[in-house]
Design a protein around this ligand. Structure first.
Ligand code: UD1
Ligand code: BG6
Length: 691
């Protein structure tokens, strides 16, 4: 998750400071997609000079860096190309060096901003290194800029057009990308292209466009094919490629023959563009957009049967907030449906599913200290506390270290004793929650080792803990936490796996968990298929109820509490997560034919005990809703009489990741049905920075 923004002005006089502000404002709109570092590239004072500004942190930090740079903001540009990027680190830590734009070398002949992952960057890098290129960053993106320079030099005598050059570069790239390319060799021109990563172009012209589409241009000489070079030898040299520039883009033809003033806003999502123009063109995968002389051209490598040969310039009617949500009605819904992906991002580069190993860069140096500790105290609030509850048992089992799980406020109220040989794990999505922060300070003062499990890179908890793990779930906007919960859960399981990887006796169990993790993303996807039936259940059965109970035991106690919290938070319905073992000690008095009682009855060693609680409820004329595994034979009789929600089965300690999905959906649909503000529920805030 990163954000791309580009701005092109043609025959529209703009001061440098205005160009920079346009770029920074565009980035700020995209900040919700990632904000651990940012950068931009603009033209310098001399011809063929490109200036790069890159800074760690949010876009505001980049703004400060630019403001303090003494660059002449009054210099005007009649035509100019600027590109910018806000990053959420995946390859290489957030640092000015690893921030985009990336460059071909010290002279910045080619600069690039990129979203996505170039999967064969290591191969490209080592080939380019063998040709004398020096790589400076840990990113995959750097290879694109350097490859462009290499291809350019190789074809210098040919006077290649920017599109032709881009084709030769792109054909070598594997993986996914949305990218912008700028070069001193093609002043005032830009290449924008995508494959699997969104990119669109906002168009603002002085006069009305002649037509509201752009023709797709194909190579005139199909015999000059662009195929990947097997090992970067001279096949990257194009023998006599045609000059494609003779075409004119019909939309941009001016009637009086005078070139038309125009501005283009290129972005990875429309939220950054709509304040400038509502006319946008969405690029398709493999489109190569080339903007020069105030015209936008779309090129493709080859003709494909049945695909449209033009791209419409659409008029966006949506409001900003709607646009950022994509096809979803609310951020919470988007985040629930993002979980198959966010969970993979939590594990990316850390879990090796073949070798069955886990490697957490942020903990490596501390593992031995943690293994020797007297006890582990997990401290958090709200949903983050539930992720600790959900993983406590597997921590205890794998590490054989006593584990305490504490609500931060209660922990502080009790002035709980903490010692130098304790390890305190602080779990927080925002990394800013005041109660958790105060508990962190309290434990730091007492000399305990502090570990953070945090989503927001650069947050207070992330910075003030001794070490930790970023869960990399991507920014979460809905106040009710969903994808952060599942990612915290996975991150904590990964910590437990790492801590126990020196124990032979736990090997089989560890490997079974890693196998479970390898399938979990697809299984969450499957659980999300319950959406329609849960929507219906919420509309018809549940919406008029005053209260709802969720019962689970063992691993599922935490799921019950988290599900109940979700329902309270956004649908304002009273709901309680109850340990199923406690049913008979009081809660059973509430059972009647009306009160909805949801059972978490997926298959693990406690299943018979949960089923006995189900029977007790049925015996008192209760009407349970049972979340169970697909095809659970012990429930075959009950299926006919009682409502069930069937989720895929995984290993016991991961089952909560799947069971929580129907409860998240239930909370969501209840709130929607009641007409409540799902993303901004009353009285709640995303980060509670007061005690
Ligand atoms: C890090 C980089 C990632 C890069 C990877 C491989 C960051 C944010 N991540 O990921 O971009 O791809 O190396 O080179 O730089 N930490 C805390 N407290 C917390 C969370 C983290 O102190 O609450 C510390 C960790 O101990 C570590 C650093 O922050 O020193 C980064 O943590 P994390 O992002 O989890 O590390 P990697 O997964 O190794
Ligand atoms: C707030 C939020 O109370 O803080 C909850 O409304 C959240 O949704 C809790 O779970 C903890 O937040 P964090 O950022 O520390 O995980």
């Amino acid at each position: 998750m990163c954000g791309i923004f580009g701005y092109v002005n043609y025959l529209v006089e703009r001061k440098r400071i205005d160009i920079v502000h346009t770029l920074l404002d565009g980035l700020q709109r995209l900040e919700y997609r990632g904000y651990d570092s940012a950068g931009l590239a603009i033209d310098g004072d001399k011809p063929n000079e490109v200036l790069l500004f890159k800074e760690v942190g949010k876009v505001a930090a980049l703004r400060q860096l630019y403001d303090s740079s003494n660059t002449d903001g009054d210099k005007t540009f009649v035509s100019h190309v600027g590109i910018a990027h806000t990053r959420w680190a995946t390859h290489g830590e957030p640092s000015p060096l690893n921030a985009h734009p990336h460059t071909s070398g010290p002279l910045n002949e080619f600069v690039v901003v990129h979203n996505g992952i170039i999967t064969n960057y290591r191969e490209i890098k080592s080939l380019l290194e063998s040709k004398g290129f020096k790589f400076e960053t840990e990113t995959d993106t750097e290879c694109i800029a350097k490859l462009a320079k290499y291809v350019y030099d190789l074809n210098k005598h040919r006077d290649l057009d920017f599109t032709e050059l881009a084709k030769l570069v792109l054909v070598e790239l594997q993986g996914s990308y949305g990218l912008l390319l700028k070069s001193i060799y093609y002043p005032h021109e830009i290449i924008a292209t995508r494959k699997g990563s969104p990119l669109l172009i906002g168009v603002k012209t002085e006069k009305k466009l002649k037509v509201d589409f752009v023709d797709v241009e194909f190579p005139d000489f199909p015999d000059i094919s662009v195929e990947p070079a097997s090992n970067f030898n001279d096949s990257l040299l194009v023998p006599g490629a045609p000059d494609l520039r003779r075409s004119q883009s019909r939309a941009f033809v001016s009637e009086d023959g005078i070139p038309m003033q125009s501005e283009f806003f290129l972005a990875s999502d429309p939220s950054a563009v709509v304040e400038h123009t509502k006319k946008v063109l969405y690029l398709e995968d493999d489109d190569i957009a080339h903007i020069y002389d105030g015209e936008l051209h779309i090129h493709r490598m080859r003709r494909e049967e049945g695909l449209p040969t033009f791209r419409s310039i659409q008029t966006l009617e949506m409001e900003l907030n709607e646009i950022m949500k994509g096809n979803f009605d609310h951020f919470m819904q988007k985040e629930i449906f993002e979980q198959p992906e966010s969970i993979v991002n939590t594990m990316r580069g850390r879990v090796d599913f073949e070798k069955k190993t886990v490697n957490l860069g942020g903990l490596k140096a501390y593992l031995n200290t943690i293994r020797r500790c007297r006890r582990i105290i997990m401290i958090a609030c709200g949903t983050s506390y539930h992720s600790c509850m959900a993983t406590r048992a597997i921590f205890e089992e794998l590490t054989e270290i006593p584990i305490a799980v504490e609500l931060a406020s209660d922990f502080l109220d009790r002035r709980s004793p903490v010692f130098r040989d304790d390890v305190c794990i602080f779990v927080s999505q925002s990394g800013e929650t005041a109660d958790t922060m105060l508990a962190l300070q309290y434990c730091t003062e007492r000399g305990a080792l502090t570990v953070g499990i945090v989503n927001c890179v650069g947050s207070s908890i992330s910075r003030q803990t001794n070490c930790g793990v970023h869960i990399n779930a991507g920014p979460e906007i809905g106040v009710a936490s969903t994808k952060a919960y599942t990612s915290q859960y996975v991150a904590l399981v990964m910590v437990a796996l790492s801590l126990s990887d020196d124990r032979i006796s736990k090997r089989a169990r560890r490997e079974a968990i890693i196998d479970g993790l390898s399938k979990i993303s697809a299984q969450i996807q499957e659980a999300l298929l319950l959406n329609d039936s849960i929507h219906m259940m919420a509309e018809t059965d549940l919406v008029n109820q005053k209260s709802l109970l969720i019962l689970g035991r063992g691993y599922q106690h935490a799921t019950a509490m988290e599900g109940a919290l979700k329902i309270k938070e956004i649908s304002y319905m009273h709901s309680e997560g109850v340990l199923a073992g406690e049913l008979k000690h009081g809660v059973i008095a509430l059972v009647d034919e009306n009160l909805p009682i949801i059972f978490l009855a997926t298959h693990d060693s406690l299943f018979p005990k949960v089923m006995s609680a189900v029977e007790q409820v049925i015996a008192r004329a209760g009407n349970p809703i049972i979340i169970c595994n697909k095809g659970e034979s012990a429930l075959s009789k009950l299926h006919k009489t009682y409502r069930t929600l069937q989720v895929p089965a995984t290993i016991d300690c991961l089952q909560g990741l799947l069971n929580v999905v129907p409860l998240q959906l239930m909370a969501y649909w209840l709130a929607v049905r009641k007409g409540f503000d799902v993303d901004f529920p009353r009285n709640l805030a995303k980060a509670v920075t007061v005690e």
